[in-house]
Design a protein around this ligand. Sequence first.
Ligand code: G3P
Length: 228
Amino acid sequence: MECFFDTANIPEIEKSLSMYPCLGVTTNPSILKSEGSVDFFPHLLQIRQLIGNQRSLHVQLIAQDCQGMLAEAAVLHETLGQRVFVKVPVTEQGLRAMRHLKNGGYNVTATAIYGKMQGLLALEAGADYIAPYCNRMQNMDVDPWDVIACLRQLGDEGQYPGRILAASFKNVGQIMAALEHGAHAITVPPAMLRSALGLPAIQRAVDDFTADWEDTFGAGTNITDLLR
Ligand code: G3P
């Protein structure tokens, strides 16, 4: 599973890196806003330092015109290094910018995808990742699983290099559905991964095993004690 953390929360990233798979961190202006008043570049550099140079850092452009997007992408690249992925919304200006950026050797994540044609156009423009917004599509009565399955089929048939990075999740069921329908990758807040481990039955099983162990080998004893 290619898994990215969809958060800009430094303690959350730090805590989760040792537990969950993480190929990189994805952000957008709303995710940054939820961190309160942060300094843009210092905050992103702190994330970069935490995740190291091998993982990717996906940062969204703000300009809505191609020229502005290219200027912002250059600054992000200069400041955040090679493993920055420029997130470009799939609009007409965004598609134009993506083509320039790919010609210039940038990594591109096409974002704000709500439909099949939009996703296909992003693949055609050469995006490295395309990010369908699953929960947001469901909110609009669009079937995200049909969109993902279709894009995966067309992507495979057309041999596009772009990978499907499913995004916008509100529960674990949506994450699994995206993967089952052909998403190559997911980006999720780590809290959502944690919730998959939150079933009461899981902790109860662990507690029951502990009780049986203590009945057999004595309370407070562990396996290392039994070597002595
Ligand atoms: O990565 C895109 C994602 O952050 C959008 O999620 O929860 O705002 O729909 P959401």
